[in-house]
Design a protein around this ligand. Sequence first.
Ligand code: PLP
Length: 430
Amino acid sequence: MSETTKKIETTVLHAGHRADPTTGSVAVPIHQTTSFQFRDAEHAANLFALSELGNIYTRIMNPTCDVLEQRVTAMEGGAAGLALGSGQAASAFCIQNIAKAGDNFVASTDLYGGTWNLFANTMKDMGIECRFVDPSDPENFRRAVDDKTRAFYAETLPNPKLNVFPISEVAAIGRELGIPLIMDNTAASGICRPLEHGAAIVMYSTTKYIGGHGTSIGGLVVDGGNFDWEAHAERQPYLNQPDPSYHGAVWTQAVKGIGPVAYIIKMRTTLLRDLGSAMSPFNAFMFLQGLETLPLRMERHCSNTVAVAEWLAKHPAVETVIHPSQQTGELKARADKYLNGQYGGLCGMVLKGGKDAGAKFIDSLKMFYHVANIGDARSLAIHPATTTHSQLSAEEQEATGVSAGYVRLSIGIEHIDDIISDLDQALAQV
Ligand code: PLP
């Protein structure tokens, strides 16, 4: 059975490492080294020329990071992965790998606030235009395309709206036009496999559910190996034309003997080499610890969150509950299609008392942590309008679904009775 045909509960424990060949260590060793000894001059030259694959320097590759890359790639059913220093680095690299100044890409409006800022401002400063479109009509992506459009970008389960993205619909439009769909699957880690629905690239903030322990910041990009970059050579010039930054390599040709990994090899050998957003081996080890229990934790995150959403929906202080299990019609059908019977661990609510009630509620929580994070094993809460989304204008906040009274909950894996009890006492204060 290949790594990619095994079930994810198995691949997260076994893919990419059996036992250390030198020591027999079953746990993946932390290769806390900057560099790797070359066998001889020819070996060194071959590694640099990419005619042989192997370790050179930890900014570009590391055996501990490699196991994490292989495990997440196997979980996604992809071709190869790249671990990075943060989810932000992963989002930036996903675009910069195939777009340069003068190019554009189309992104869903339903994005994490940090990604929004990166795309609307920092990318703009780099000369790369992000065209934001409402994902409720997949055709909006087609309408925004011109001959300089290089990518589509979206989140599977975007908070705060939690409207599941129409992956296969937008991926199909992209494939017609030679445009890969890049999916941020962070909030649906382990419950959705976007590549199966036609996405070309999957990226993660491993900081969230993949870690689960809340100890480490990291990101990861998986190349699906399922996108024909050569068939759209004009649309994707940077994978099909000589790259002056790697002595004229044409990436689609350079990987011919390795596999359908042009996108991720280019990212590793140029962007990671030059911008240096590497994941530390220690953090890779931490993410491997988290990944081992991801499927189990997600089951609990998801079942707890359904129970919380049901309970909140009946609470007199709550105006609206935002969770896929509470949706109806097309949105619910989409959630059912993509989330494999689970609806994620995030839940939003709008309190009848608005912003003041939101603040009072947050300050009254005793067990929930008040932090700017999601996907921790512990339950977390935040008021996005004054924190994660505060650098956005009022119109931008509205477009991303953040109203003044919106409270975001990231439901943990504690006993459901204790979660409800904390929510109950805090809501009694508003
Ligand atoms: N993508 C999503 C959906 C996120 O929630 C976050 C962080 O909150 C990121 C990307 C950025 O990840 P990181 O904080 O690891 O840089």
